[in-house]
Design a protein around this ligand. Structure first.
Ligand code: BEZ
Length: 250
C-alpha cells in the first residue's frame, strides 16, 4: 500500500486487520475478471485478495510501495512488485485494476489516477473501495482532540484521502475515466483485536515520532474516549468505517 511514511508490518496486519481482505471480496464480482485477462491489484498488501483473483486464472500483478508487504506477497505465491502508486510504469497493458483499502493512503491522487488510466487498455475497468467522506470520523475526532490537549505533539492534520462521492467522481473524470458506479457505504466493522490492535496497525506512522510513553498514553486515552461510542459489551470494538466503492472505465 502507498503510505505517508507508514512502515507496514505484514505479521501485525495479518493479526489485527485480516478482515480487510475478506471485506474486499465483493470487488472481485464488480471487476468480473475472466481467464487470461491481465489484472493489476493496486496496493496489494501481502496478497490475500490477489490470490482470490488468481483463482479466476487471470494474470495478476500486485503493486505495493511497501517492500515488506511485497516480500510477504511473493512468499504467498503472488507476482508482486514494489512500485509507488503515483509512479505506475505501464502503458495500455491491463484489462482491469482492482484496489482494496489502499487509495486513502495515496495523497497524490491526480498522479495515481493518471497512472491508472494510462496503465489500462481502452475499455479497461477500474474497481475499488477505500475510505470515503466521514471514514473513521469518531477515531479521527478523538485523535484531533487528543492533539489539542497535548500541544507538545505538534499539530494534527488528517494524513489520509477520504473524499466525498462528488470529489472522487471529479478526480476520476479529470483523469479521463467514465464512471459506471459509485456509492458511499456506511460499514461499521468489528475489530478482532479491539481498538488498540487497530491503532497499532493503522496509526503506526502517526505515532512514529512518539516516545514509548507517549504511545501508551495516546492509545490508552483514545481508547477511553472512544469506548462509549465504538464499544459494546456483546460485540466488542468496531471501527466506524465509511467506504467509497466504485467502478470506472477507460
Ligand atoms: C481505513 O482503512 O479506513 C483506515 C486506514 C488507516 C487510517 C484510517 C483509516
Amino acid at each position: 500500500m502507498s503510505t505517508n511514511g507508514h512502515k507496514w508490518n505484514p505479521k501485525g496486519y495479518e493479526e489485527h486487520a485480516h478482515y480487510v481482505y475478506k471485506l474486499g471480496e465483493p470487488l472481485i464480482a464488480l471487476l468480473s475478471p475472466t481467464e487470461s485477462e491481465k489484472i493489476m491489484d493496486l496496493g496489494c498488501g501481502h496478497g490475500e485478495l490477489t490470490l482470490r483473483l488468481m483463482e479466476f486464472e487471470c494474470s495478476v500483478t500486485g503493486i505495493d510501495s511497501s517492500p515488506e508487504m511485497v516480500s510477504a506477497a511473493n512468499e504467498n505465491g503472488v507476482n508482486a512488485v514494489v512500485m509507488k502508486a503515483q509512479e505506475l510504469a505501464f502503458n495500455n497493458e491491463f484489462d482491469g485494476i482492482i484496489s482494496n483499502a489502499a487509495i486513502h493512503w495515496m495523497t497524490d491522487i491526480d498522479k495515481v489516477l493518471e497512472g491508472c488510466f494510462r496503465s489500462l487498455k481502452p475499455g479497461g475497468r477500474f474497481v475499488g473501495e477505500f475510505g470515503g467522506e466521514g471514514n473513521v470520523g469518531r477515531i479521527v475526532n478523538a485523535t484531533a482532540r487528543y492533539f489539542e490537549n497535548h500541544p507538545e505533539l505538534g499539530e494534527f492534520s488528517v494524513p489520509w484521502y477520504f473524499p466525498s462521492v462528488e470529489d472522487f467522481a471529479e478526480d476520476l473524470e479529470h483523469a479521463g475515466f467514465y464512471i459506471e458506479y459509485m456509492e458511499l457505504i456506511d460499514r461499521p466493522t468489528p475489530l478482532p483485536t479491539g481498538i488498540k490492535g487497530w491503532l497499532l496497525t493503522f496509526f503506526h506512522g502517526l505515532m512514529s515520532g512518539f516516545t514509548e510513553e507517549q504511545k501508551d498514553s495516546f492509545i490508552n486515552e483514545i481508547s477511553e474516549i472512544l469506548k462509549p461510542e465504538l464499544y459494546n459489551k456483546d460485540n466488542g470494538w468496531y471501527a466506524d468505517y465509511v467506504r467509497l466503492r466504485f467502478k470506472a472505465l477507460k
